[in-house]
Design a protein around this ligand. Sequence first.
Ligand code: XMP
Length: 517
Amino acid sequence: MTHQTIAILDYGSQYSQLIARRVREARVYCELLPWHAGADRLDHLRPVGIILSGGPSSVYDRGAPTLPDHVLARDVPVLGICYGMQLLAHELGGRVEPSPVREYGPAELTWIDTQSPLFAGLHPPMKVWMSHGDIITALPPGFVSLASTPTTEYAAMAHPERHIYGLQFHPEVAHTPNGIYLLENFLYTICGCRGDWTPANVIEDAIARIRAQVGDGRVICALSGGVDSTVAAMLIGRAVGDRLTCVFVDHGLLRLDEAQQVMQMFHRFLPVRVVKVDAQERFLRALAGVTDPEEKRRRIGHEFIRVFEETSRALGPFQFLGQGTLYPDVIESAGPGSTGHGAAAKIKTHHNVGGLPEDLQFELVEPLRTLFKDEVREVGLALGLPADVVYRQPFPGPGLAVRILGEVTPERLHTLRLADAIVREEIEGAGLGRDVWQYFAVLTPLRTVGVMGDNRTYGHVVAVRAVTSQDGMTADWAHLPHEVLARMSTRIVNEVPSVNRVVYDITSKPPGTIEWE
Ligand code: XMP
């Protein structure tokens, strides 16, 4: 390993992944481990610093997570955040007590030890985000206070000689606007990190690892046209050259002209063999008469595996399967019941048509396994992919099948494709493509009465869905300008035969989902 590593021990906070993302944004490699991960796992990482995350427990709860002895024994700097700080105070001889008022929300540091390396460059008053029930009422021996708010005397603490630090608030959240400087001070000044986790290093590192894993074997990779599988294939291609074969299965459920566009993109940016399998008819046959959303997904997944198996047999043999699995898919949870052992090797399944079952006799090559989505995008740009590919909106593996309510037929696919292309043109034409997370049309099974010219019509209803989101887990309906909605509606009704009504979906997630099926 050429880069320095920070270990983050996860005590169950909802913000643990966010800490990891912030550290990576500071160009420092980090890994998130459950707090009870064995000493051997940290030995393996050889961290230059350790961060203890927050968590929902109180140090006095029965069975509350503890601080394993090997953590401080390593003699590298430690930063405890929220529960992590309370744990340090508790284990090192300070006093932690239930706070008379649960502090949840914005607070202000009114006093800061500006001489401390942790707070270098920062001054009071400083806005921070608190979220805790317990509070430290006496510091452990050797510790000094670094900051306070009007209600929290020890909002930050340090044992300067042992390089142990604690923050009662959350530096990783956006509500602590200068929190990133605290994290950078910890990383650069206190741990001595160089900021060596750059896209160029990620690429070099990934290529070396792929070469070491694959040797002179052959790799097959399923491409979807999405950024993850494309970047994974580009890295594998750089590592093993023509011993990589990529397969793009056109299941006939893609958007207007998408199959050609995606193949052209591969041609330009992926200089390896890409085999396109035209399987539209097979998928349509498998979907004939099916209206249940889960059954559609099941049949598409099943068909995909069959097509992929046949293709790999015809082009093989291959010993390795390349996949674009991302870090959030493999992070072990620190939640109750997790053992911290063997939870990793998960492959995307039901949510991704590219997900293949483990009993295919391949060893997996997963060059994106340590990366967050933002990092994959950066690596993609550094590899020369254009922004429209790198920032392409997410598209479900089962494609338009889950946007056609009711049976999927060639006619209904055609209708939806035309309407969807208009939605995309209008949003992109208005310059809103980067602000809106996903935007598309849905074909409903409804027909309604309308009037066109002097004639009564009885046509189909198209729904427009556009949402804003950070990660797809929660979403809000996009408050699109009325002119944009008006143009979409007029164009869809005029340009798409048999559609006479357009509605806009104003449901957030939760309680709705982004897709309609
Ligand atoms: P929902 O509809 O659950 O979607 O709010 C969340 C995100 O996942 C995408 N999605 C899928 N992606 N296969 C995929 O690869 C699927 O079966 C699937 N279903 C939903 C959806 O587009 C959104 O980005």
